[in-house]
Design a protein around this ligand. Sequence first.
Ligand code: DGJ
Length: 742
Amino acid sequence: MAIHTLNGPHGPAWHLATPTTSWLLAIGPLGHLELLHWGPTLGQASDVDVAALTPQWPYTPGVVVVADEAAAPTYSLGRTTLAWSGPGKGDYREPGVEVAGENVVDLRYVRHEVLEGVVGAPAPLPSCDGDDDTATLVVTLADEVLGLECDLVFTVAAAHDVVVRRTVLRNVCDVARTVTRLAAFVADVPGVGLEAITLDGEWLREAHPHRRALEPGTVSIGSVTGGSSAEHNPGVVVCERGATETHGRAWATNLVWSGNHRTALELSWTQTLRWVVGEHPQGFAWELAPGDELSSPEAVTAYSAGGLGGLSTTLHRFVDDCVVPAAWRRRERPVLFNSWEGSYFSFDHGRVVEMARAAAGLGAELFVLDDGWFGHRDDDTTSLGDWTAHAGKLPDGLAALAEEVVGLDVGFGLWFEPEAVSPDSDLYRAHPDWAVRVPGREPSLARHELLLDLCNPDVRDHLVEVLGGVLDSAPISYVKWDMNRKHSDAGSPTCPAGEFHRRWTLGLYDVLARVFGPRPEVLLETCSSGGNRFDLGMLAFGPQIWASDCTDPVERQDIQTGLSLLYPPSTMGAHVAASPSHQTARHTPLETRFAVAAFGALGYELDPTALSDDDAAAIREQIAWYKERRATFQFGRFRRLEPPQGFLRQWVVDDDARAIAVHHRRLVPAADLGHRLVVPGLGAERPYLVTIRGEGGTTSAAELAGVPLQFPASGSLLAAGLSLPLEMGDHVSHLVDIAPLG
Ligand code: DGJ
């Protein structure tokens, strides 16, 4: 069992144990839930360990508030390390809960339960699955004055080294209470010498990692855009100062939620770090009627003593095994061709078939028709909401097109943007009241779109019916679910303003569950102007996310490096596009574009009918080469290597079958000193056959430099470092295939 109930000096205590990680929780002298340890395993922790880790408070310094002087004369909530906290009793750090009109929320121990398996969040909130060694601890606290109970839920997926947190607040009195904040996770950890890493950015430049020392005060990241946002991903890493990819202690939290969110990291005067994760409290006001309860989304947490790389490995396994939909777990994703950058809005039936035929000839397994196939949409100003085939472009209808494409031996996929509506659409003309707006104000547009009111059950029923109808009308095996605007004018006649954002996101989940739950074989790739909603909530419904509208491989190296901190390669839609890049105008070799996109769910997004013979042959070879290694690329152990110079990026994936490394050189330096690729962690004595790919699979410059392109090497040699070809030119990437011999 992953959860052991122990006896602490003041009440029950619990050891949450995974092979490498321990949490030690204990009830404090006044009934608050204390966090005594979150970090390396304590082995078989006992009552003695609880006593040893329980803080001693021999005196009370100066002016601190003592919550109950009679019961615990020196005990101050502001000084201790807690796993949950409310305001008003001397803990001035970021609280986990707030109630409108109340300056005190004081939740103390009532009971607990240890259960086998997962206790999931109530639908439509997404829930992570567990593994065979999963158990759940529910500690119930209560504030008797306010008539509130609070369940702190800890689900320990022991075989995955992950603990999932969630909080439930229940109104057990006879008057309504308005909750203005409810965190999923609160933890206080020793705070000296820590750094935080966050993934921040914007459209075309998502998920750039930012690392900073944690000094006294609060670092907070969040989103009030209505979605999890490219500005700040909800996943956060804290590590010890100087932690590397392979060394140092590192912790992570990530919210299973796609709406507004906030993570606060507050280093207090006590030298502890208060870490709070949850929905964003800005504007949040949720009425809890007597008897009602409110559940936070889940927060996934992990710890690794093996540096940032160790932490990523843990998180990747958990996402692949326990977060993405069951039907797609560890299931290889098809190589697709997407029409967007190849033809944008300009296509018709014949052109789509031509593109799909060319794609099939190159080895594609799926052809995706992107935006522009419906209503009378010839640009981005019209027709969102009218999900019927564009009569001018597709006069024979969608089913005829899909069947013809499928007849070419490739699957057929289709783009939708169901959460938005164009003012110029039949849907809007019929139901103007279905667009999100605040009475008396004209709603603002973004990309000429309004937001559909997913708080309204009629809107949701309509979407479920229409989308389900389209999916059942034709052989569609993939959906790209896009969303191209942030929230504004957030109002719905169906709910109070303070409930809008949460209800809207729950409405989205409801629609996703009802459309794709009955159609588990449809591969759902979500998207929000690229990676504007790259989060675990969306991954619970669709196993991959279009990582960025930037297909320039140089920028993509940073985006995919950043995302890889928290998300496995299998979740990242990554495409080879034309050169020069449509986003940056940068020219890059085809091999470089492939060498980046291969570390994800590989696709191509260019016009396959317009390729030169050489490029067509190269792409055919790339796809065949990728398919042979696809399981390793998508589900192997992905690691970021630590190249010696800032202009390099190096990654490796490996599994039992092989390893594949890549060396990206973004800029050629003057007086280049040469390049080494150090690949640690393979079988030291194992013999491998190393093959270095260059542009088109070979490189004459490499031969000139005297480096054989194929040679045997042991794991220890690879760990010492391979010398790589000194090919001239910027933006050159080399894939290195490392196949066990014998
Ligand atoms: C934004 C997406 O991120 C793109 O990939 C593409 O689907 C466009 N929308 C289509 O409008």
